[in-house]
Write a protein that binds this ligand. Structure first.
Ligand code: UD1
Ligand code: UDP
Length: 397
C-alpha cells in the first residue's frame, strides 16, 4: 500500500512523526512524505529531530502569508505531487491550511483520505479561526477518521459523516512519551539542554517558572496587546520567572518584542527544538498558552495549564480540572496566574497528573486500522464539552 502523508507546520510534524516512523517500519506499506513547507525553520527542526526525509517539499511559506495566498500555492503544488505519486491513500493531520488543502486536493483526485486527529470541535467557526473550518472540511471528505478520544468520536457520530471512525488516542502523546523517555534515560542530553537555560534559577529552589506560548490568529491585535500587557505586569511583581519562546509569525513577534523585549524577569527565545521545549514544560510550575498541542502535553506532565482562549475543542483536560480557560483579557490573565503563583497547594491540586489524550500507542492503532490488522481502540469516556446540536437534542429528549 502506497501511503502519502502530507503535513506542513510544526505541530503537524510533531504529531505525524511517530506515525510516519511506524509506517516506514510496516511491511507491505510504502510510506512517502510530502511537506508543504507552510512553516520553514519551525518544521525543519522537527524533521531533523525525527530523521524524516520528505520526498517532496513545496516550500510554500512566504513572510506574513495570507490564508488565500497560501491555500492557492498548496492546491497547485499538491496536485502535481498527487499526479506524480499516485498514492493509494493520503493522510493529513489536524486543522491547518495544509491539512484542508491536502485533503481536498486528494478528494478532487478521488484518492481516499485518512484524517489523523479528527472530530475535535468548539462549535464556533471563528474559534479557533480558521482551524475549526479546516478540521470540519477534512472530516467531511475523509473515509477514515482517527478520533483521538471518545468525545471527538461523539462529535463525528453526531454529524453522520460517511467515514469510518476509529478511536486511537492522540499521537502527540506518542511523541511526548518518546521525548520524555530520552530525557529520562540520557543524562548527558538532559544536562546539555539544561545548559542552554542559564537564565533559569536552580530547579526546586528558584521562583516558579511560568512558561508561555501564544500564536492564535483570532488573538492578533487587541488579544495580543492584552496578553503582553498582562505578562509585563506579572513580570513587575518579581514573583516568578517568565520564559516565552516566541512564534515566528510577525503578528506575534511584533507586539511581544515591543512590549516584553526589555522587561525584567522575562526571557524571550526563538522557537525551541522539541526536546528543549519538553524539558521546559517539565521544569515549569505553570503553563500559559493558547496552543492546541501544549494543552494536550502539559496535563500529561502534571502541569497546570491556563488557556488564553474563550472556548476549546479539547474538553478532556478541562473536565479533569488540570486546564482552565481564562480568555485573553489582561486582568483575567493577571489574576489567574497570580492565584496559582501565590498558592502552591492549589498548583498541586490543579496539577493532578492525567493523560486523557492518549497512552502512547495511537500510531500503532492507526497503522493497524490502515492495514487491516486487529487492535484495541483507545479507551476513553465521552465528555460534555462542546455538545453538537444533534447530541444536545438527543440529551434533551
Ligand atoms: C499555523 C496554523 C495553526 C497552527 C500553527 C502552529 C493555519 C491557518 N494556521 O499558524 O493552525 O496552530 O501554524 O504553529 O494553518 N513563520 C516563519 N517561519 C516558520 C513558521 C512561520 O517565519 O517556520 C512566519 C511566516 O512569516 C509565516 C507566518 O509565520 O507567513 C505565519 O505562518 P502560518 O503557517 O500561516 O500561520 P501560523 O500562525 O504559524
Ligand atoms: N513546541 C516546540 N517548541 C516551542 C513551542 C512549542 O517544539 O518553542 C511544540 C509543543 O511542545 C507542541 C507543538 O510545538 O508539541 C505545538 O505547536 P504550536 O503551539 O505551534 O501549534 P498548535 O498546537 O497550537 O497547533
Amino acid at each position: 500500500m502506497r501511503i502519502l502523508s502530507i503535513f506542513g507546520t510544526r505541530p503537524e510534524a510533531i504529531k505525524m512523526a511517530p506515525l510516519v516512523k511506524r509506517l516506514e517500519a510496516e511491511p507491505g506499506v510504502q510510506s512517502v512524505v510530502c511537506v508543504t513547507g507552510q512553516h520553514q525553520s519551525m518544521l525543519q527542526q522537527v524533521l531533523d529531530l525525527f530523521g524524516i526525509v520528505p520526498a517532496h517539499n513545496l516550500a510554500a511559506m512566504t513572510t506574513n502569508q495570507t490564508l488565500n495566498g497560501l491555500a492557492a500555492r498548496l492546491f497547485t503544488g499538491l496536485d502535481d505531487v498527487l499526479a506524480a505519486e499516485q498514492p493509494e491513500r493520503v493522510l493529513v493531520h489536524g486543522d491547518t491550511t495544509t491539512s484542508m488543502a491536502g485533503a481536498l486536493a486528494a478528494f478532487h483526485r478521488r484518492i481516499p483520505v485518512g484524517h489523523v486527529e479528527a472530530g475535535l470541535r468548539t462549535g464556533n467557526l471563528f474559534e479557533p479561526w480558521p482551524e475549526e473550518m479546516n478540521r470540519r472540511v477534512v472530516d467531511v471528505v475523509s473515509d477514515l477518521l482517527f478520533a483521538p478520544t471518545a468525545s471527538s468520536q461523539a462529535n463525528l457520530d453526531a454529524e453522520a459523516l460517511t467515514g469510518r471512525v476509529v478511536v486511537t488516542g492522540n499521537t502527540v502523546i506518542d511523541a511526548l512519551r518518546l521525548m520524555c523517555e530520552r530525557l529520562d534515560s540520557d543524562t548527558a542530553m538532559r544536562e546539555r539542554i539544561d545548559a542552554q537555560f542559564p537564565f533559569l534559577e536552580p530547579e526546586g529552589e528558584g521562583r516558579p517558572l511560568l512558561l508561555v506560548t501564544g500564536h492564535r490568529r483570532e488573538s492578533f491585535g487587541a488579544g495580543f496587546e492584552h496578553i503582553c500587557a498582562a505578562l509585563a505586569a506579572l513580570a513587575q511583581t518579581g514573583k516568578m520567572q517568565i520564559v516565552y519562546p516566541v512564534h515566528l509569525n510577525p503578528n506575534v513577534r511584533g507586539p511581544v518584542l515591543a512590549t516584553l523585549g526589555n522587561a525584567p524577569n522575562v526571557t524571550l527565545t526563538d522557537p525551541l527544538d522539541y526536546p528543549e521545549f519538553v524539558r521546559l514544560m517539565q521544569r515549569a510550575a505553570i503553563v500559559l498558552t493558547d496552543s492546541g498541542g501544549v494543552q494536550e502535553e502539559a496535563p500529561a506532565l502534571g502541569k497546570p495549564v491556563l488557556v488564553m482562549r474563550d472556548v476549546t475543542e479539547r474538553p478532556e483536560a478541562l473536565a479533569a480540572g488540570t486546564v482552565k480557560l481564562i480568555g485573553t483579557d489582561r486582568v483575567a490573565i493577571e489574576r489567574a496566574v497570580l492565584e496559582l503563583v501565590d498558592d502552591e497547594e492549589e498548583r498541586r491540586a490543579f496539577a493532578r497528573r492525567v493523560n486523557p489524550y492518549g497512552d502512547g500507542h495511537a500510531s500503532e492503532r492507526i497503522v493497524a486500522a490502515l492495514v487491516g490488522k486487529p487492535f484495541t481502540p483507545f479507551a476513553s469516556r465521552a465528555l460534555p464539552g462542546y455538545l453538537h446540536p444533534v447530541l444536545a437534542a438527543r440529551a434533551d429528549a
